[in-house]
Structure formats: structure tokens, C-alpha cells
Write a protein that binds this ligand. Structure first.
Ligand SMILES: NC(=O)c1ccc[n+]([C@@H]2O[C@H](COP(=O)([O-])OP(=O)(O)OC[C@H]3O[C@@H](n4cnc5c(N)ncnc54)[C@H](O)[C@@H]3O)[C@@H](O)[C@H]2O)c1
Length: 284
């Protein structure tokens, strides 16, 4: 049958993209944001993303209009009470996510499935905040969600086969490719990607090359679509720091220990594209 009504918690970079992808399956989507202004900004960013797809010939104008009509924003968690499926995509902070899962569990119907879009955090810890740990899993979308084909489907040890089958069906309906992964920090992609990004910052700190030079080297030498500093700015430096902190907490490997420059830039509010500046400046 598929999910008829999908809730998304968090209206940041990922929440907005996931809401668009979910609405494209034909489901009604409701996004909970913390303020009306961020909810409206999410709808505007979704409209811009759909316009780009129309311009590139990837979607018809009618299709885009139907998608946006299926999405609404709210500031009230209780408005998600009749959702069949909810995807949490708030800040990468275990304590914040724990609280969100406790609150969600109290308002949504008992048969609803809950997923987290966490990049690194332990899914079982979130599942155990609920009275339905068999109905909780991870769905790790990639940035930007409408464009990236992969979704890591994370199975915590308590999840039922029915839950995993239903969410996998949803991922396929989103037009994405599911890869099953264990509930372990970083799953596959970030466990491999973040030591590379962290080491790029180390090379910059050591003065081996400029950030532009390192980005050019990795694009031209490895065929990557973007260099590490452009990618860090896209992901968000705060999110990147949280991912490295979680990886280091789980494995205590030096490659996961966040470089000092990353922590300093986050302290300075230089978060990448979303704040207007990071390794590069986006204000012009
Ligand atoms: N940025 C990426 O490339 C990327 C990729 C895949 C997964 N993720 C994951 O997606 C999730 C969201 O990341 P994002 O990049 O969209 O971040 P973002 O900074 O763009 O958005 C964060 C959202 O969390 C909300 N938020 C912040 N503090 C909160 C609180 N105390 N209670 C409730 N909501 C709160 C914000 O209002 C915002 O809507 C994180 O778990 C992140 O690890 C990010």
C-alpha cells in the first residue's frame, strides 16, 4: 500500500529535500519546523528546487505543482498525529534527537513507523526512547536529497522485518537506491568519507596547498565532482563536526578526531553555505 501520509521533523537542508522526495511518491507530507518563518523558508526552497528541475527538463510543471500542493508546514508536533511514517531530520545532536523521539512517540499513532536521518548517531538509542522499538530505523538520505540516488537503510537490532520491508519499499518509491547497513557510527558512506574530509583540513592546516588547490587536485586527480572544502561547505561545518565527534566517540581512531580548524570555524559561526560563509564565501 505504501505510506499515505508522511511527517518530516526539521526543515533544514535535509528536511526540505526529504519532504520533496516523499511528496513525489504521491504521499501527503507535513513538515514540522520550529518557527513559521523556517517553515515558509522550507516551502520556498522546495519551490526553487522544483523550478530548477523543470528548467533542466527533469520534471513537468504540472508534476512540480502537484508535489508542492501535497506539502504543508506546521509548528505543532500534534499535527503529525495521523502520519503513517515520520522521518526525523533535526540537528545532529543525540540529546535533541532523543527528546524528539520521546515527544513523537507520545503524539503519533502506535502503528506508525519512525525513522531518523542521522548521519552517525546510534539508531538503537533513539528507538529505545519509544514504546515501539520494533518500528524505528534509520534512513540516511544524501545532500541534496532530490538529486542523490543513495539512501542507507539502517537496521537497529530491535527493528522488525515488517518495518524494514515497509521503509525499503518507501525508498524505492522515492526513486532511490537502498543499501542495507548496520547500526554503526557513520554507516558506510560517512565512515569512509569523513576521514578524507578531515585529512583535507589537516593538509590545509599544514600549508601543503591552498583550499582552492586541494579542491582542484581532488577534482582533477580523482574525478570527484567537487573538492573536499566545497563538500564540507555543502554538508555544513556544524554537521560535519558533529559527525566526526560521533565517529571518534565510537571508534577512537585518530583519523576521526576533528581537526582544530574545523572546531574553530564552527565556534565562529562559519558553517558553510547555510550561514553564508565557510571555507568559501557565499554572500555575493
Ligand atoms: N547536511 C548534510 O549533508 C546531511 C546529509 C545527510 C544527513 N544529514 C543529517 O540530517 C539531519 C539534519 O541536518 P541538516 O543538514 O538538515 O541541518 P540544518 O542545520 O540545515 O537543519 C537542522 C534542523 O534542526 C532543527 N533544530 C535545531 N535544533 C533543534 C532542537 N533543539 N529541536 C528541534 N529541532 C532543532 C533546525 O531548526 C533545523 O530545522 C542531521 O541529523 C544530519 O546529520 C545531513
Amino acid at each position: 500500500m505504501g505510506f499515505q501520509k508522511v511527517g518530516v521533523l526539521g526543515s533544514g537542508i535535509m528536511g526540505s529535500g526529504i519532504a520533496e522526495v516523499a511528496a513525489a511518491t504521491g504521499a501527503t507530507v507535513i513538515v514540522r519546523s520550529r518557527s513559521q518563518a523556517t517553515g515558509e523558508a522550507m516551502l520556498a526552497s522546495m519551490a526553487a528546487s522544483l523550478t530548477k528541475q523543470i528548467e533542466k527538463g527533469k520534471r513537468s510543471a504540472e508534476d512540480a505543482e502537484a508535489i508542492i500542493k501535497r506539502v504543508s508546514a506546521t509548528t505543532h508536533l500534534a499535527d503529525l498525529s495521523d502520519c503513517d511514517f515520520i522521518i526525523e531530520s533535526v540537528v545532529e545532536d543525540l540529546e535533541v534527537k532523543r527528546l524528539v523521539f520521546r515527544e513523537l512517540n507520545d503524539v503519533v499513532k502506535p502503528e506508525a513507523i519512525l525513522a531518523t536521518n542521522t548521519s552517525t548517531l546510534s539508531v538503537i538509542e533513539l528507538a529505545m526512547e519509544t514504546s515501539r522499538p520494533d518500528r524505528v530505523c534509520g534512513l540516511h538520505f544524501f545532500n541534496p536529497a532530490p538529486a542523490m540516488s543513495l539512501v542507507e537503510v539502517v537496521r537497529p537490532i530491535c527493528a522488525s522485518d515488517e518495518t524494514m520491508a515497509a521503509v525499503t519499499e518507501f525508498v524505492v518509491a522515492c526513486g532511490k537506491e537502498p543499501v542495507n547497513v548496520k547500526d554503526q557510527a557513520g554507516f558506510v558512506v560517512n565512515a569512509l568519507l569523513f576521514p578524507y574530509l578531515n585529512n583535507a583540513i589537516r593538509l590545509l592546516e599544514q600549508g601543503v596547498a591552498t583550499k582552492e588547490g586541494i579542491d582542484t587536485a581532488m577534482k582533477g586527480g580523482c574525478g570527484f565532482p567537487m573538492g573536499p572544502f566545497a563538500l564540507l561547505d555543502l554538508v555544513g561545518l556544524d554537521t560535519s563536526l558533529a559527525i566526526l565527534d560521533a565517529l571518534f566517540a565510537e571508534f577512537a581512531e585518530p583519523n576521526f578526531s576533528p581537526r582544530p580548524l574545523l572546531r574553530r570555524m564552527v565556534s565562529a559561526g562559519q558553517l558553510g553555505r547555510k550561514s553564508g560563509s565557510g571555507f568559501y564565501d557565499y554572500r555575493r
